[in-house]
Design a binder for this molecule. Structure first.
Ligand SMILES: Cc1cc2nc3c(=O)[nH]c(=O)nc-3n(C[C@H](O)[C@H](O)[C@H](O)COP(=O)(O)OP(=O)(O)OC[C@H]3O[C@@H](n4cnc5c(N)ncnc54)[C@H](O)[C@@H]3O)c2cc1C
Length: 366
């Protein structure tokens, strides 16, 4: 079978490329997806009680990228949604990320914004050469807050101590010297009004796009020829693991439904120090669905399972660099997305990456 364009993976990266090729170039494109649905990890569905859940963990859209927001808005309307997260520490629920409210609640104080700045400066540990996530946290908030909020959570999430993780993990978490308790500060935040699965379906309505579900590329690759392959699966799998398996952290999602309208005080509550799970999401608080019951998702990070988060250590990056050398030699294959590029992308970033790749590598070669 020949297709000029073949895409492996129907996540946001693959779907964006397919949409652009079909609509902008008016070319035929084949998408091969091993799961039984499109959408990749942003997929959502109704459970047996009729409650909309995110099958692969809570997804909140947020961006400062006007182009990405406008692009996705062609396929969905948005519910305005300001995400909020609470963290259960010492028997209290405190806002995350750290804000003035968090410090006041943690220490039973009533400081204003500049007093909190002074408070944190006094707590902060001076570290000349910041190399790890532990260094980042200690240098920003000091030992006590590090232990209360970051240390155990990070260890649960990654299975190793923050002192073994590179700076990127904790650097991503902002510390706000104001009272803004929204989880994200981006200009555009929202949830697709009819869910992510519907958004994804709307991206690929063009008849030029053919989708093969339940099909692993590895099993049919010998039967398919193409001019360009856009590969959004795992790079180590593509190269038959010749430089070894890349490490990922996985998560086991356990969903529970309760005969009550509301389960918790915020859409997401983190449990840094108690229990084996890292956080609980109450889906109705994300989707605004009205229902007499409610479904929550508990997240148990684990080593085995679906590859979710590339491991942020020097050794893992060095191992991926070996694959990158192979990738550079490919003339007909474009590696795109969080698995193929072995890096964590938010939804907006992966769509931006796909739009730019289309413009720079496909639209120019016509
Ligand atoms: C728990 C969790 C929570 C997240 N929350 C947020 C959030 O709140 N906000 C946000 O912006 N981002 C969030 N993200 C990130 C978001 O999920 C990603 O940005 C997005 O899914 C990346 O899209 P992708 O197409 O690169 O990868 P994926 O969605 O993983 O798609 C890749 C697809 O390729 C398929 N595939 C792989 N190998 C093969 C093969 N051999 N043959 C056929 N098909 C194959 C897979 O089945 C998959 O469907 C979260 C991620 C996780 C893990």
């Amino acid at each position: 079978m020949f297709y000029k364009y073949v895409i492996v993976g129907a996540g946001l990266a693959g779907l964006t490329m397919a949409e652009r090729i079909a609509n902008e170039l008016n070319e035929k494109v084949l998408i091969i997806e091993k799961r039984n649905h499109i959408g990749g990890n942003v997929y959502d569905s109704y459970n047996e009680d009729g409650i909309l859940i995110h099958n692969y963990g809570p997804h909140i859209f947020h961006t400062n990228d006007q182009g990405v927001y406008d692009y996705l808005s062609k396929f969905t309307k948005w519910n305005d949604f300001w995400h909020r997260v609470l963290s259960y520490v010492d028997g209290n629920l405190v806002p995350m990320p750290i804000t003035v409210e968090t410090i006041n609640k943690l220490y039973n104080l009533n400081l204003d914004c500049s007093e909190v700045e002074d408070f944190l400066k006094k707590q902060a540990v001076e570290i000349a050469d910041i190399k790890t996530s532990k260094d980042v946290a200690l240098s920003k908030v000091g030992k006590d807050i590090y232990e209360k909020i970051f240390e155990s959570y990070t260890r649960k999430q990654w299975g190793i101590d923050p002192s073994e993780l590179d700076t990127s993990v904790i650097s991503r978490i902002p510390i706000r010297l104001n009272r803004d308790t929204r989880y994200f500060a981006d200009r555009y935040q929202g949830m697709p009004a009819h869910g992510y699965a519907k958004l994804c379906e709307n991206m690929v309505t063009n008849k030029n796009i053919k989708i093969m579900l339940n099909t692993d590329y590895q099993e049919i690759m010998k039967d398919i020829t193409y001019d360009t392959l856009i590969y959004t699966g795992s790079t180590d799998e593509y190269y038959q693991y010749k430089h070894g398996r890349l490490s990922y952290r996985s998560v086991n999602f356990i969903f529970e439904t309760y005969d009550t309208e509301k389960f918790q005080e915020a859409p997401v509550v983190n449990y840094p120090n108690d229990y084996d799970y890292t956080r609980i999401t109450e889906y109705k608080q994300l989707t605004w669905q009205q229902h007499k019951k409610t479904t929550i998702g508990k997240e148990f990070p684990c080593a085995e399972g679906e590859p979710y988060y590339p491991f942020p250590t020097k050794d893992c990056k060095a191992q991926f660099a070996l694959y990158e050398e192979e990738m550079k030699k490919e003339e007909k294959v474009i590696f795109l997305g969080r698995l193929a590029e072995y890096r964590y992308y938010n939804m907006d970033a992966v769509v931006r990456r796909a739009l730019d790749t289309f413009n720079q590598m496909i639209n120019v070669n016509r």
